[in-house]
Design a protein around this ligand. Structure first.
Ligand code: GLA
Length: 399
């Protein structure tokens, strides 16, 4: 996690921003990586994400005047707002995420009177805009900190839904539940098999002996994310309502089996919509198979499913883009790599790869060489561990 020195530096920074306080508490929320199951969450399907040990720390101290103040080690400036009067302001940038969380809390009659204000300092070590859920990480760090200080005892599952509402309604991105769920509910050394309409889930031990999970940042900042993301959602909704004419029982694309789909696919006259649905149905089946492969220790089969997922996101769902495709090609050819794919929304961001532990250095060298040659960009590598979900960090007294 973090060294004692870094905690000391964060406390010093907190004092600089907000003055000397005796009652500063420390909270953490991870980022997430999605192993497989992309663009299935808002279709009520399966996803297979995991929490990382990278994430966002929040140092927080209570106030009594109903004011929330937010500062960040990563971004300049300070934002402050009264709990009872929070509005979205584009110029507040990242601070709209914690503001959105407090705003959603004020909408709950049992919580509103307890929101007495707080000072919060955030520090994150997840690359921003790289598809590793830095925003959900900030939201959950804020949610655990603000509720703990206010004495609000809310189950993590409720905080997860609240953070998603903050992003959907306050920030205006129609994201699914996957990111907030993985960030809130993650478990060390486990991936989470989640069905996104019922929120039924299972922790699957992430046993990859002899292999490493390597995240590679394309360093192509995600572009067009929100508009294209919302457009894909609309396309799926259109596909669903067309299909419901033939299959009235169908509640979501995530409930459509491959067999059923093959029988009705020609009823979708729009070729683009047909490709989108094709991806969702096949990706959903891949998630189920991938979880089984992992449980059975068949990592090569898991890796093949990862590659098939990327190809489907590239050819059918069309959310990869030149840089992620170049990174995928470079990784797929590299020594010791048995599986690789884009992770997150797409349009830039990261890939995730399964690489033989003793080939990681060669993998990095070869991927960087080929990727830079193809795009002119220099990638970053993170050999990662899977960590726990959001919560308070209780430090030893000396820290
Ligand atoms: C983003 C969204 C998630 C999910 C993924 C794509 O990360 O926040 O809800 O839709 O894209 O799988």
């Amino acid at each position: 996690m973090m060294s004692v020195e870094i905690y000391a530096q964060l406390h010093a920074r907190f004092r600089e921003e907000f003055g000397i306080r005796e009652d500063v508490r420390v909270f953490f929320a991870p980022g997430r990586v999605n192993l497989i199951g992309e663009h299935t969450d808002y279709n009520g399907g399966y996803v297979f994400p995991a929490a990382l040990t990278y994430g966002t720390w929040a140092l927080a101290a209570p106030r009594q005047d109903g004011v929330y103040r937010f500062a960040s080690v990563n971004f300049p400036g300070k934002t402050s707002c009264e709990a009872s009067r929070i509005v979205y302001r584009a110029e507040d940038g990242w601070a709209n995420y914690p503001k959105g969380v407090v705003h959603e809390l004020t909408a709950l009659p049992e919580c509103a009177p307890l929101l007495k204000g707080a000072d919060l300092l955030f520090f994150g070590n997840i690359p921003n805009g790289a598809g590793l859920s830095s925003s959900a990480s900030v939201e959950l760090a804020a949610a655990v900190a603000v509720t703990a200080l206010a004495g609000i005892d809310m189950p993590m599952m409720e905080l997860v839904k609240l953070a998603q509402r903050a992003e959907n309604r306050f920030v205006g991105v129609r994201c699914g539940i996957m990111d907030q769920f993985a960030v809130g509910m993650g478990k060390k050394e486990h991936a989470i098999m989640l069905k996104c309409d019922t929120l039924t889930y299972e922790y699957v031990p992430f046993r990859i002996d002899g292999y490493k999970l390597v995240i590679t940042n394309s360093n192509k900042r995600r572009s067009l994310t929100d508009s294209t993301y919302n457009e894909r959602r609309r396309e799926c909704e259109e596909g669903l309502s067309e299909l419901q004419k033939r299959l009235p029982h169908l509640r979501s694309l995530g409930d459509l089996s491959g067999n059923e789909w093959r029988q009705v696919s020609t009823s979708l006259s729009n070729e683009v919509i047909r490709r989108r649905v094709e991806h969702v149905v096949a990706e959903n089946e891949r998630v189920i198979q991938a979880a089984q492969c992992l449980a059975a220790g068949d990592l090569h089969a898991f890796g093949r499913l990862m590659k098939a997922s990327h190809e489907s996101l590239r050819d059918l769902y069309e959310v990869t883009g030149g840089e992620l495709d170049a990174l995928f090609e470079a990784a797929a050819q590299a020594d010791g790599c048995i599986g690789t794919r884009m992770t997150g929304a797409g349009f830039g961001g990261c890939t995730v790869s399964l690489v033989q532990a003793d080939a990681v250095d060669a993998f990095k060298r070869q991927v960087a060489g080929r990727y830079t040659q193809a795009t002119g960009l220099v990638p970053d590598f993170y050999v990662c561990e899977l960590g726990d979900g959001a919560g308070e960090i209780v430090l030893p007294p000396s820290a």
